[in-house]
Design a protein. Structure first.
Length: 188
């Protein structure tokens, strides 16, 4: 009986890797004193070409992490890959952050700074060279990397480097389901 209870209470294993990039403690001055809260920047990925970024805000860190993961899963994006790297070189600017991403030959590994490395590894890219050119702010660099990977998917589909059929992602019972639309549905 005890074994059955233990099995039910075990934490469910997620198909996604969740990484905390940044935890900020924020304080608001009010009539009754200081209200303290936390904001957490999360990166979620399946290491198979899907990645998402989410910011969670709550009075405690654990709740903020849960909110960040939920928001990141809602923003999951499939990225374009050429074997274990990206299809082409790209520079992307987000605010003051500027990111340079270059494809690398197999076996090179991930040569990237902290914030860029987290997003790229969560996406499943194993060979890439990157350089942070602008701001050193981790949050800005995460958003810039995420934006570059999204833009790369768009450009690659225009050039015909990836399957351009639209895919629909739905959150079903806490799990992301990929649904490819048929060509008949696209034309209708």
């Amino acid at each position: 009986m005890k074994n059955l209870i233990d099995r039910n209470q075990q934490r469910e294993v997620s198909e996604f890797e969740e990484k905390v990039v940044q935890v900020n403690r924020v304080s608001k001055k009010t009539k009754g004193g200081n209200n303290i809260g936390f904001s957490v920047l999360m990166v979620v990925g399946d290491r198979k070409g899907r990645v998402g970024v989410g910011l969670g805000k709550a009075p405690d860190v654990l709740s903020a992490i849960k909110k960040g993961v939920r928001r990141a899963k809602k923003q999951l994006v499939r990225i374009s890959m050429k074997k274990t790297t990206i299809p082409f070189q790209m520079t992307y600017k987000y605010g003051a952050a500027k990111i340079l991403l270059k494809p690398a030959p197999a076996g090179t590994g991930v040569i990237a700074g902290g914030a860029v490395r987290v997003v790229v590894e969560a996406a499943g890219i194993r060979d890439i060279v990157s350089k942070i050119l602008g701001s050193r702010n981790q949050a800005s660099n995460v958003y810039a990397t995420f934006g570059a990977l999204k833009m790369m998917r768009m450009i690659a589909s225009e050039k015909g480097l990836v399957d351009s059929r639209p895919t629909e992602e739905k959150l079903v019972n806490g799990e992301m389901k990929m649904i490819k639309k048929s060509r008949k549905e696209n034309n209708a």
